[in-house]
Design a protein around this ligand. Structure first.
Ligand code: 5GP
Ligand code: ZN
Length: 114
């Protein structure tokens, strides 16, 4: 259920360093290495799903959990005045890392619009 070539699987397994802000048995959240905003973190499932294209009925609870975590973790990171949530999917969606991840960006404006 992991891809040995995948950098986000390696981060989830603790084999690559990352600034982890939350983890449990299903998901890991860590700060983006190239932040596009004062606060920019990613939430990933431990399960290797390449993108939203791989999501099926059996993943509904997992995706619900990821989404529900967003406002909680955003608040903990100081994003009380709001935040942006992005999921890039596939080549034309601008996806660069092919392990499903949800971006959360926030903090005082201005910051790069994505
Ligand atoms: P995508 O374009 O696939 O939605 O975004 C991938 C994101 O992952 C980018 O914002 C990029 O900065 C981030 N990223 C890529 N490699 C690493 C890494 O090794 N560690 C961390 N923390 N972030 C990464
Ligand atoms: Zn992976």
């Amino acid at each position: 259920m992991t891809d040995s070539q995948c950098i986000f699987c390696k981060i989830a397994a603790g084999e690559l360093p990352a600034k982890v802000l939350y983890q449990d048995e299903d998901v890991v959240a860590f700060h983006d290495i190239h932040p596009a905003a004062p606060v920019h973190f990613l939430i990933i499932p431990r399960l290797h799903l390449s993108s939203l294209f791989d999501v099926g009925t059996e993943h509904q609870a997992l995706l619900g959990k990821m989404l529900q975590l967003v406002p909680r973790l955003a608040r903990e990171q100081g994003c009380d005045d709001g935040f942006r949530t992005v999921i890039n999917t596939g080549q034309n969606g601008g996806q660069e890392v092919f392990h499903l991840h949800l971006h959360v960006m926030g903090g005082p404006r201005p910051w790069k619009k994505q």
